[in-house]
Design a protein around this ligand. Sequence first.
Ligand code: F6P
Length: 550
Amino acid sequence: MNAGTRTRLDRMPQWSALAEHRERLGEVSLRGLFETDSGRSERYSLDVGDLHLDYSKHLVTDETLALLRDLAAATGVAGLRDAMFRGEKINITENRAVLHTALRAPRDAVVEVDGENVVPKVHAVLDKMAGFADSVRSGKWVGSTGRRIRNVVNIGIGGSDLGPAMAYEALRPFTERSLTFRFVSNVDGADLHEAVRDLDPAETLFIVASKTFTTIETVTNALSARTWLLDGLGGDEAAVPFHFVALSTNAAEVQKFGIDTENMFEFWDWVGGRYSFDSAIGLSLMIAIGPDRFRELLDGFHLVDEHFRTAPPEANAPLLLGLLGIWYGNFHDAQSHAVLPYSHYLSRFTAYLQQLDMESNGKSVDREGNPVHWQTGPVVWGTPGTNGQHAYYQLLHQGTKTIPADLLGFARPVAELGPELAAQHDLLMANLFAQGQALAFGKTAEEVRAEGVAEEQVAHRTFRGNHPTTTILAKELSPSVLGQLIALYEHKVFVQGAVWNIDSFDQWGVELGKVLAKRLEPAVGEGAEVPGLDSSTADLVAKYRAWRGR
Ligand code: F6P
């Protein structure tokens, strides 16, 4: 795709066709759509790998979907996708290839960046990680006092934390339960304190995860962890290499920090931070679940990569999910998207998706730097069902906003629950199905009246319905299924960025806050003058210093 010559999105005939269609469709009713088409759920479902996607409860018709696909064709989604898979530098503001798909390519695949096949490098690192993971799991890798490692603490933030932390929770039943895993990200000292306060330094391994190895939170926490370790082990610096390894693209900074590059697991600038957890950034997860399970996870990713790359538009799940998001965000004025997993193990899944989606598509200029005249990425939010049902679902059902939602569930509870707890699974899943049903079809005033409800109460007890959901089901939450799910969302985000003509792979929006925090630190800590500081910030800093007793 030649991005430079692209017509403005909202001036494309395909965009206008969708706007007109939306107008014509008006307040389409999901009840009506289901009543007139008994095969709707079958026609509006897709099976991809181990995932079953039901998108029948969306405010769409065949015509809507066709028009959305026309928009995808006109905006060159397939061309940009192919360019990504080929290793072209589609991250234009950073002049980088975007090749997280190469991280899960099979050993014999060829993916070139600047004429070099990167797949052998990927597998060399995976092999090195596997050797290390095995030696920690088996007790061969020992700490400086000869004791085996029993605690693994990952120190990283953003993409160097959320992926492994989320996947560790998601795959807990597959983890080595004799090891303890902790994830430290916040520069609030309380995070590290709580993570290590009950650990024995002689048995603790720190994994310092940072693509750049310059991120202030991570470097600060890693230095404090080093102090904690040395305090606990008598102060001999020779202990450090036994207890610290690094995951990074930046060997020079790793060395400067004092970690032997022998103990560094590498990745590359063509892996975006939020797309990195299947790179060396996944080391803590690999130690937790073992190299074989980690490879199953990668295979799951790869399966959906191949689907996205090859499936026709009508049956391409990431394309479809991306376009449905565009339908609501751009033609129904939806501002947010809820992800509601009916699995306790997916407690961090939405937090992970927040970075993936909001850091990728929270942009307001197009790829050429022009302001966009259309809505871009949604606010992504949600927590596991059924907890959310007793908190914010009220707004989903009876509020004034359009909030498309994904309902995720699994047919089988994990084996180790035992029969009694496993029996609760039917109730959990009944809730998932019921919510999809209630959101879609609601309850009419007539139905409420028919129950004998007093007239003054009828409006309060009526549910308008027509709230769109996608239901994603799988047999079980395995490493492969987790990989499939994440790749599905990664490519969905890609599709939306391609249509909106934004660079989904940079994140300049995080820079200003970093710069200002650095500038303010001397004022906060030592009371230094910051020239030109606004009165609000100056007063807040003064109040802070006074309350801090400075
Ligand atoms: O603050 C944004 C960000 O750059 C993310 O994109 C990234 O995942 C995170 O910080 C951590 O960066 P690093 O891995 O370089 O420490």
